[in-house]
Design a protein around this ligand. Structure first.
Ligand code: PMP
Length: 287
């Protein structure tokens, strides 16, 4: 089946969807994005993603091409026409295509933002076998720009990090700055010690994960304590458990960090329980 995608007001077959070569995201990574997961044909935490999108746009002085109700309708329509039961909706908004290349932002009165959405069908997203195996993590230096709280499409360094991890026989990389873990290449990072979940506090050093917010909320309800503070790779290697969160991985246990095996090398009890709680609770409020 040819995928139907959304580009600047039109629903089109993916083969007919086009964006200008002068688009600011193509030339300058001048764009923001969101990824919302779909379970049982419904959107998980759409409100969280919409709120973060508005913040990303406002931090970059970028205009929203439509309001959030319209955005929800586009998400739902794409899920419907592409018959997505489990998968993702990718959304990207850019500063548009001013018709030439210039470092100066184009006038928003004359250059419309570009908006693109497409679905990714991922049957088995919730019942991911990786969650039963756990991830192996490689640490790398964090060499990204300083506004990681804005969800921009500048993903080259995280992409290189993932490749470095794969080459080293790992599944993903955790980035380290000034001796402390910032986050994973496309996820937030956590360690567990006893009943305590430890994760870096929010700042411009990390993306404010929508899954992170939900997991910390559910963890508090499950009587787990939360400590928002920096941790090092050495501390993580000594932790009882570790895990990552993202809209597409949900809660994913980590079993190895730079060759050091955590616990017995299988996903920890608390990480596994948090994944179950997250999936259960998120399905309840999906729209
Ligand atoms: N940090 C980074 C760098 C990410 O790219 C992502 C996923 N987009 C996350 C954290 C997790 O955020 P979310 O839970 O909103 O998917």
């Amino acid at each position: 089946m040819t995928r139907t995608v959304y580009v600047n007001g039109d629903y089109l077959p993916e083969t007919e969807a086009k964006v200008s070569i002068f688009d600011r995201a193509f030339l300058m990574a001048d764009g923001v994005y969101e990824v919302t997961s779909v379970l049982d044909g419904k959107l998980i935490d759409f409100a969280g993603h919409a709120t973060r999108l508005q913040r990303s746009l406002s931090e970059l002085d970028m205009r929203a091409p439509c309001d959030m109700d319209e955005l929800l309708e586009i998400h739902r329509e794409l899920v419907r026409v592409n018959d997505i039961d489990e998968g993702l909706v990718y959304l990207q908004i850019t500063r548009g295509a001013p018709g030439d290349r210039d470092f100066v932002f184009p006038d928003p009165e004359t250059t419309e933002p570009t908006i693109v959405l497409f679905t990714q069908n991922k049957p088995g997203l919730a019942d991911n076998p990786a969650a039963r195996k756990g991830l192996k993590i490689l640490s790398i230096e964090d060499q990204r720009w300083g506004r990681r709280d804005i969800k921009t499409v500048q993903l080259l360094y995280p992409s290189m990090g993932k490749m470095k991890a794969r080459k080293a026989g790992c599944d993903d990389a955790w980035m380290v700055e000034d001796g402390f873990v910032t986050e994973g290449t496309s996820n937030n990072a956590y360690i567990v010690k006893g009943n305590r979940i430890i994760t870096r506090a929010l700042s411009s050093d990390i993306l404010h994960g929508i899954t992170r917010a939900a997991v910390l909320r559910f963890a508090a309800e499950a009587q787990m304590e939360i400590e928002e503070r920096n941790f090092s790779i050495a501390e993580a290697q000594e932790a009882d458990e570790a895990f990552i969160t993202s809209a597409s991985a949900f809660v994913m246990p980590v079993v190895e960090i730079d060759g050091a095996v955590l616990g017995d090398g299988t996903p920890g009890m608390r990480s596994t329980r948090l994944r179950e709680i997250y999936l259960e609770e998120s399905r309840k409020t999906a729209i």
